[in-house]
Design a binder for this molecule. Structure first.
Ligand code: PLP
Length: 402
């Protein structure tokens, strides 16, 4: 028995059956590379699903966790700490928002957004079909994937999952009582799917006209990943001079340390009052100091610009491979989704894994790429070589893999 076989057997015996069998058992990482328990090396173009912004074991991350753990890790929210306040201020500066609630995950950031919506006094929340907002009951209620919701119904009342069209949005807003529209600027779990051009800007105008909140789920798109700090900040994404009412953050802002945040803007910052919300771990100095270091490194090394330029190169390289399987490339910066003309994403991802490249089959016909923001020429070259091999599937006549 190999070490992998032993761990895989243990996994199947003791882990809750909610999780699928692991693709490999990982032991350590450095930069854009990870090694499994057999010592096999992988180039990591998933980065913990857009989490490891600085890659693995980055000195800024390691130093922040170590120093803060040796100083003060947790005190409860009866007390404030400098790292917590510094992080909240940093997030308001980077987003243009006014107030911050700190939690521990993406789902918790969305839960805070759901409670914010409830405080408007209106009962309805709109989200998009095929969206993903998390797995807790509140965030699952917003998630636009019926198969994920079905086993857990009844979920929150008053949530409508609507098509990603302006007609559908106008119709639902006109029906009245809408507290908030909650949307991902790019649908990550759907396999990195763009919103229709102009949707976000029109959604801002329509929600304002109907007195509803526009809440953006930037849990996957935030922290520089798409080549701006946040996807709503791209030129033309929102009408000039406008902002969202709230933005949910997690994943990349902690660079691998669990953290989530809800940032509110303008009048939406007055909705929560004392005693309305809280979290034992939320805003603890260990997580906050780490997020400060991660965001500080993204700023000082200008990894936002790197995500933009490397993302454009990555897209061009995929196009150059010229695979007849590729139908489209969506997303932005270093969050890219590759559409396939056949349902072979799982085959492509496992051929990549065999060759030492981690990519993600988000569903049967879309590959998701989310490498760390630190990648350079070496990683792009190696990715191109390995991906070209992985996608060169023998005999992919229509129907072969259907
Ligand atoms: C990952 C993700 C979530 C949920 O975050 P968790 O930390 O897994 O709870 C919510 N929304 C989006 C867009 C995500 O990518």
């Amino acid at each position: 028995m190999s070490a992998t076989d032993d761990y895989t057997e243990l996994f199947s015996r003791v882990m809750m059956r909610s999780a699928p069998a692991p693709l490999a058992v990982m032991a350590r990482g450095r930069g854009a590379r990870v090694w499994d328990v057999e010592g096999k090396e992988y180039l990591d173009f998933l980065a913990g699903i857009a989490v490891n912004a600085l890659g693995h074991a980055h000195p800024a991350f390691v130093e922040a966790v170590s120093a803060q753990a040796a100083t003060l890790a947790h005190v409860s929210n009866y007390f404030a700490t400098a790292p917590q306040l510094e992080l909240a201020e940093r997030l308001t500066r980077l987003t243009g928002g006014d107030r911050v609630f700190l939690g521990n995950s993406g789902a918790e950031a969305i839960e805070a957004a759901v409670k914010l919506a409830r405080l408007t006094g209106r009962p309805r929340i709109l989200t998009l079909e095929n969206s993903f907002h998390g797995r807790t009951i509140g965030s699952l209620s917003l998630t636009g994937k019926p198969a994920l919701r079905a086993p857990f119904e009844p979920l929150l009342p008053g949530v409508a999952h609507i098509p990603s069209t302006l007609e559908a949005l106008e119709r639902e807003l006109a029906a009245g009582d809408v507290a908030a529209l909650v949307i991902e600027p790019i649908k990550g779990e759907a396999g990195v799917v763009d919103l229709p051009t102009g949707y976000l800007a029109a959604a801002r105008e329509l929600t304002t006209a109907h007195g509803a909140l526009l809440i953006l789920d930037e849990i996957q798109t935030g922290a520089g990943r798409t080549g701006d700090w946040f996807a709503f900040q791209h030129e033309g994404a929102l009408p000039p001079g406008t902002l969202p009412d709230a933005v949910a953050l997690a994943k990349g802002i902690g660079g691998g340390f669990p953290i989530g945040a809800l940032v509110t803007f303008g009048a939406a910052s007055t909705l929560f009052g004392p005693g309305h919300h809280g979290s034992t771990f939320g805003g603890n100095p260990l997580a906050a100091a780490t997020a400060n270091a991660v965001l500080g490194e993204i700023e000082s090394a200008d990894l936002v610009a790197n995500a933009r330029t490397r993302g454009a190169e990555l897209r061009a390289r995929i196009e150059l491979i010229g695979s007849p399987l590729v139908t489209d490339i969506q997303g932005r910066g270093l969050l890219l989704g590759i559409g396939l003309s056949q349902p072979v994403a799982g085959i492509v991802a496992s051929r990549a894994l065999d060759r030492g490249l981690i990519i993600n089959a988000a569903n049967e016909s879309r590959i998701r790429l989310a490498p760390p923001l630190i990648i350079g020429d070496d990683e792009l070259h190696e990715f191109t070589r390995l991906f070209a091999e992985a996608i060169d599937i023998p005999h992919t006549d229509p129907g072969d893999h259907a």
